[in-house]
Write a protein of this length. Structure first.
Length: 267
């Protein structure tokens, strides 16, 4: 795929594309939490022509965390918490990966090539950083100021590599904290009541994986943080979406009231 035309993008177009990269919800809310959804969107800026992929591929888990946009908006509303929601597909640029990682601009979908990601040149990388990475970075920096804990919201596939994953909601953490301990205990109990299986560093173990967002804005800044992973088929069905949402709302409200009662909101 030719990206020769990218060098001709003017400043006004770059500014417009950058403005479309991220959305900020409830910026003035007093909640102790900041919600972050790095993989909520599946858009590719028009000059990149869907990265040379057929449109249906942009609806798969390779391109977007299915259900996370709706879940993050629901949690932001009911917990009255600010949220940063990224709109561009992680295939265009994966903010949750360091720039040195191979899947920062993933070159394939399990063997299916992503034409525009096979050999992006310096101009292409610079422009993607300007329109996708920098707006999300700035939005998180601003929204995280004064927050007590960060929650990065993701979804996962129920089967990976032929292996069924035996959790419904995963709590991923790297460093222990009263926040992580309280979430595991509270969500574990309330999840069990709701018939949901809660994973402790499952289906991924953050201690063994890369997590740029919360390393950068959480741990390095001394903020308690965790990645929340929800099975994506549960978010695709209205009934189970409601069950998951209510369970998470109840658990995180309980934790907030326990650890930071002054700004917390009961739901």
């Amino acid at each position: 795929m030719s990206v020769a035309g990218l060098a001709g993008l003017d400043d006004a177009t770059i500014t417009t594309l950058a403005a479309a990269a991220v959305e900020r919800l409830r910026t003035e809310a007093a909640s102790p939490y900041l919600l972050i959804a790095e993989h909520a969107g599946n858009l590719v800026p028009a000059p990149w022509h869907d990265l040379g992929l057929a449109v249906p591929y942009l609806g798969t888990h390779f391109a977007v965390d299915i259900g996370v946009d709706a879940l993050t908006r629901r949690l932001s509303q009911t917990l009255r918490a600010p949220a940063v929601v990224a709109h561009y597909s992680r295939l265009f640029l994966d903010y949750n990966r360091p720039a040195s990682e191979w899947d920062f601009m993933r070159p394939d979908l399990g063997g299916i090539p992503v034409p525009a990601n096979l050999a992006p040149d310096a101009t292409d990388r610079r422009l993607r950083t300007l329109v996708a990475w920098e707006p999300v970075e700035q939005a998180i920096i601003e929204a995280a100021a004064g927050r007590q804990a960060l929650i990065s919201v993701h979804s996962f596939t129920p089967v990976m590599g032929g292996v069924r994953r035996n959790v419904d909601i995963g709590v991923l953490w790297r460093e222990p904290s009263p926040f992580v301990t309280s979430v595991l205990k509270t969500l574990g109990a309330q999840g069990k009541e709701a018939g949901l299986r809660i994973g402790d560093n499952e289906p991924y173990d953050w201690r063994q994986a890369v997590g740029y967002t919360l390393n950068r804005h959480g741990l390095e800044q001394g903020r308690p943080c965790l990645y929340l992973e929800v099975r994506n088929d549960l978010l695709s069905d209205p009934e189970t979406f409601e069950l998951v949402s209510r369970t998470l709302e109840g658990a995180f409200a309980t934790v907030a009231m326990s650890l930071w009662p002054k700004p917390a909101v009961a739901v």
